[in-house]
Design a binder for this molecule. Structure first.
Ligand code: IMP
Length: 176
């Protein structure tokens, strides 16, 4: 990646940091003292999760699941399957799902349904980015960072064919 191919910045790293700050304060109000299980969806949420938990000053557990919805490129296959399953017990736990972006909604709808069958005490969803214009199934997001337009985004953990995850800003991929 050279400077010429760097995509256009949509959300700067400063704006992301302020948003993560606000989300952490909202989450703290609901989860303080509950020893929650924060469940990130790989791979896109790893950076968001790392920043978020540093702002949560109480005991918690972190785990990641990996689901596949996107193949290579930018279009969703619409098919869901858990690739890497859960190791922690969900029953009776206060769970918070941490997602980078909700697009069609298929990924989180699938995971929330999967988790709710395991009977957690509390199950909420936090998404850094929300792209409601592309929704195919209804999803209720408890903590929303920033609503974004219908553009394919990369950076801050988001990829296109495994590239651009390391960009500090959320950027619009040219030509999408
Ligand atoms: P959904 O199932 O369509 O809501 O898609 C959710 C997943 O698709 C996210 O966790 C991302 O990994 C990926 N995704 C959705 N939109 C984008 C985007 O604009 N850029 C990169 N990845 C995206």
């Amino acid at each position: 990646m050279n400077s010429e191919s760097r995509p256009e910045v949509l959300i700067s790293s400063n704006e992301i940091a302020a948003t993560v700050d606000r989300l952490a304060a909202e989450i703290r109000r609901d989860y303080l003292g509950k020893d929650p299980l924060l469940l990130g969806i790989l791979k896109g949420s790893f950076m968001f999760m790392a920043d978020l938990i540093r702002l949560l000053d109480f005991p918690l557990e972190v785990e990641f699941v990996r689901l596949s919805s996107y193949g290579r490129g930018t279009e969703s296959s619409g098919k869901m399957n858990v690739v890497q399953g859960l190791r922690s017990t969900v029953k009776g736990r206060d769970v918070l799902v941490v997602e980078d972006i909700v697009d069609t909604g298929l990924t989180v709808a699938y995971l929330m349904e999967y988790l709710s069958k395991k009977r957690p005490a509390l199950l909420k969803l936090c998404a850094l980015l929300d792209k409601p214009s592309r929704r195919r199934v209804p999803v209720s997001i408890d903590y929303i960072g920033i609503t974004v337009p219908d553009k394919f985004l990369v950076g801050y953990g988001l990829d296109c064919d495994e590239k651009y995850r390391n960009l500090p800003d959320v950027c619009i991929l040219e030509g999408e």
